[in-house]
Design a protein around this ligand. Sequence first.
Ligand code: HEM
Ligand code: HEM
Length: 194
Amino acid sequence: MTSYGVHSVAHSRGGKGANGYTATAIGLHWLIAFGIFAAFGLGLYMTGIPGLTPTKLKLFSWHKWLGVTIFAVAVLRVLWRATHAAPPVAAGTPAWQARAAAAAHHLLYLLILVVPLTGYFYSLSAGVPVVYLGLWKMPVLIEANTTLKPILQAVHAWLNYLMAGIVLLHAAAAIKHQVIDRDGTLARMIPFLR
Ligand code: HEM
Ligand code: HEM
C-alpha cells in the first residue's frame, strides 16, 4: 500500500517498521507553511492600511508575488505527493483520528492551490494584472469585472479564514499527539524532536 522512497528516514514506532516522511516531504511542508504564514499576515496587515499609500501598493505587490510563488511550490508539492505515498499514521491511532487527519490533509492540499488562485482572479477582476517580481506580466485570464470583483474578494478572504481554522486544528492535533499521546507525530515533521 505504501511505498517508501530511497531517502526515507528510518524511523520505527511500535515495532511496525513505519518509516518517516522524506526530507523532500518535510522541506516542502515547511516551505509552504512559512510562506502561508507570511502571506496571511501580510494580507491582513496590508488590507488594514487606510488610503492608497505607496507603501500599501508595494505590500500588495509583495503579497501577490509571494502568493504566486506559494502556488508554484504547491503545484510541485501536490505532484510530488501524488507520486510518493505518505508513511502510515502512528501505530495505535484510532481509525476516526486517522480519517480526520487524512480529510484535513486533503483539504489543506486543495486550499494551498485554491487560495492563491482566488487571489489571482480577484486581482484580475479588479483590473490589475499581476507583474511577477515587477518583471513578468502574468496571463490576464479574465477581464475586469465589477460583478465578480466583490465576490472573489470575499471568497479569497473567507477561504483564508477557513484554511487558518484547519491549520490551527491540524497543528493542535500534531502537538496533542506529540505531548499527550507521546507517539512522535510532530517529530515526523520536525526531525530534531526525535
Ligand atoms: C497562499 C497564498 C495567499 C494567502 C495565504 C493570502 C492571504 C490573504 C489574506 C489573509 C488577505 C486579507 C483578506 C481580508 O481579510 O480581507 C488577502 C488579501 C488579498 N490578497 Fe491574498 N493571499 C494569498 C495569495 C494571493 C495571490 C496569489 C494574490 C494575487 C495574485 C492575492 C491577492 C490579494 C489581494 C489583492 C488582497 C486584498 C483584497 C482586499 O483589498 O480586500 N493573494 N490575502
Ligand atoms: C499553512 C500551514 C500548514 C499546511 C498547509 C500544512 C499541511 C500539511 C499536509 C497537507 C500534511 C500531510 C502530508 C502528507 O501526508 O502528504 C501535513 C502533515 C503534517 N503537518 Fe502540517 N501543515 C501546516 C502547518 C503545520 C504546523 C504549524 C504544524 C505543527 C505545529 C504541522 C505539523 C504537521 C505534522 C506533524 C504532519 C504529519 C502528520 C502525520 O504524520 O500524519 N503542520 N501538513
